[in-house]
Design a protein around this ligand. Structure first.
Ligand code: ATP
Ligand code: MG
Length: 561
């Protein structure tokens, strides 16, 4: 059985049925059709994996088509970023790169055809007047006084619109359908508006631009798309798309709607993401707190983890919200396999081992990934002064605290047992600034020859050899699961989490990290998965915490079982 036959979601069933019945002659042509008016986010990844995945499963093709009908909001920067992100996710459109703007000539001819059939007219109402005359869900709209212009007059005016003879807003071209239709989209929608804007591809060639609704279905038709997959909000547009295709008598793609992805603690809407980026609430489109593909990449996500996540959430017709914990769980599973273990101390406390010879350095051997011995071992320098996490010491240990405290013996991972003998405090503030300890030379490698056990193990870094780094710790961008849960008059930005980014300036990392390159990923023992940020330089290394180790999803899963 092929993969396509074993899979279960409703879209895959439709495609399989169509292949059996020969509806499209066994062809499968899908497309991913972004508007280049922002960066892609993980919701788009769901659509990308679905469209490219379906094509791949059937030996078909998936087009990348930029739906670039609105020159006021579109930029080349967005086109470039979208291509980069689709490729990074691991998909390839090959030769099949298209732009709706390539069809402006054809779409213009389609508009002429509708006018000639008496199915479209030039309207002089302003945008506000059109909106006011549309009616409501309970009241029919009012017909435009220009609705019954002659075909000749419509042709003349539309051709002159195309020549650029009129100012913006003077005219629109509208479909002549039904002002009392219960479907608002069929109440004589606008097909073309006058816009004296340069387009990123067609320059100043066109003073009129087709509306998205007039371009989208016909673009699918022109490309011979078999299954035109879109999100649920387009279901009510389908009758309009069908009307165009029927009136124009052209090839008909099958539109199928699915539920868009929502994730807790974040927003997946380009409009809101633009607001966050342009308002300076985050540091650009690739801010690691954003759910953009470029943000996730910078944060340390792997394309494999994102694809696996898209597989797991599946495709359904009902809107739902996926727990961010599932995305992070999927990420941890992937990083667990590929990330080497290293030691990094985020909040350092100095430990002087008084009976260790001054000036001596020895090398400790440590495995890179206990789950994958093929990743080998490395040597870590050990010396008289090391750092441990402040949190790994308590002057007065609470119950069940098994790490270091005065008089207690613990293990330094893979190195030695140490015992705390004294606590040095800042005289003015009382803050603990240093611990004095002794070590037992008989516990080399972190095991004792006499079978003596210790309960606590701490990670550590040799002070003399430490790489000093900035580490950026991220939390949810929004404190609430649903960022839109705000009192009346509030705004989703009110729910921004003030602690979504915490910058730690003087973390101490093991020496092997000195040469880590941007994008490289590691597990810092006990503190999480980290990757090197693009801002990083050899003199001033910067790491992002991709995700902490504690897996709330796995815990919930255990409870569920
Ligand atoms: P936004 O609402 O974020 O502005 P959009 O739908 O306007 O998104 P497009 O560039 O038109 O953005 O999207 C390209 C494709 O991605 C469309 O087919 C759209 O249905 C799909 N898509 C967008 N957001 C999501 C999402 N959250 N989940 C699944 N698919 C999505
Ligand atoms: Mg859209």
């Amino acid at each position: 059985m092929t993969q396509a036959e074993t899979s279960t979601d409703f879209i895959r069933s439709i495609v399989a049925d169509d292949n059996r019945s020969g509806k499209f002659g066994g062809r499968v042509v899908t497309r991913f059709p972004p508007e280049p008016n922002g960066y892609l986010h993980i919701g788009h990844a769901k659509s990308i994996c679905l469209n490219f995945g379906l094509a791949a499963e059937h030996g078909g093709v998936c087009n990348l088509r930029f739906d670039d009908t609105n020159p006021t909001k579109e930029e080349v920067e967005y086109v470039d970023s979208i291509m980069e992100d689709v490729r990074w996710l691991g998909w390839d459109w090959g030769e099949n790169l298209f732009y709706a703007s390539d069809y402006f000539g054809q779409l213009y001819e389609y508009a002429i055809k509708l006018i000639e059939k008496g199915k479209a007219y030039v309207c002089d109402l302003t945008a506000d007047e059109i909106r006011e005359s549309r009616g409501t869900l309970t009241e029919p709209g009012k017909e435009s006084p220009y609705r019954n212009r002659s075909i000749e007059e419509n042709l003349d005016l539309f051709r002159r619109m195309r020549k650029g003879e009129f100012e913006e807003g003077a005219h629109t071209l509208r479909a002549k359908i039904h002002m009392a239709s219960p479907n608002m989209n069929l109440r004589d929608p606008v097909l073309y508006r006058i816009l004296k804007e340069s387009h990123h591809r067609t320059g100043d060639e066109w003073p009129i631009y087709p509306m998205y609704d007039f371009a989208h279905g016909q673009s699918d038709s022109i490309e011979g798309v078999t299954h035109s997959i879109c999100t649920l909000e387009f279901e009510v547009h389908r009758p309009l798309y069908d009307w165009f295709l029927n009136e124009l008598d052209i090839y008909h793609s099958q539109q199928i709607e699915f539920a868009r992805l929502n994730i807790t603690h974040t927003v997946l809407s380009k409009r809101r993401l633009i607001e966050l980026v342009n308002g300076g609430y985050v540091n650009g489109w690739d801010d690691p707190r954003l759910p953009t593909i470029s943000g996730l990449r910078r944060r340390g996500y792997t394309p494999e983890a994102i694809r696996e996540f898209c597989d797991r959430i599946g495709v359904a017709r009902r809107d739902n919200t996926v727990d961010m914990a599932l995305l992070e769980h999927t990420l941890r599973e992937d990083l667990n396999k590929r990330a080497a273990r290293v030691m990094g101390v985020l909040d350092p406390l100095k430990v002087v081992i008084e009976n260790y010879p001054e000036g001596q350095t020895e090398e400790i051997t440590s495995v890179n990934n206990p789950e994958d011995m093929s990743m080998g071992e490395r040597r870590i320098p050990f010396s008289r002064t090391v750092y441990i996490e402040k949190d790994d010491f308590r002057e007065v240990p609470p119950p069940k605290f098994y790490r270091l405290s005065p008089g207690r013996e613990v293990r330094l991972k893979d190195a030695y047992y140490i015992t705390c003998t004294d606590v040095v405090k800042d005289e003015a503030t009382g803050e603990i600034i240093e611990l004095r300890c002794t070590y037992d030379p008989e516990t080399h490698g972190g095991t004792s020859s006499d079978g003596r056990k210790v309960r606590g193990t701490s990670h550590w870094v040799s002070a003399e050899h430490a790489v000093e780094a900035e580490v950026r710790i991220y939390d949810h961008l929004f404190s609430k699961e649903d960022p839109h849960d705000v009192p009346d008059g509030g705004d989703f930005k009110d729910n921004l989490n003030p602690e979504s980014l915490v910058v730690l300036k003087s973390c101490k990392l093991e020496q092997s990290l000195a040469n880590a390159k941007p994008g490289e990923r590691f597990q810092f023992l006990r503190t999480g998965y980290f990757c090197v940020d693009p801002d990083s330089t050899p003199d001033a290394p910067v790491f992002n915490r991709t995700v902490a180790l504690r897996d709330t999803w796995a815990r919930m899963d255990q409870i569920r079982k």
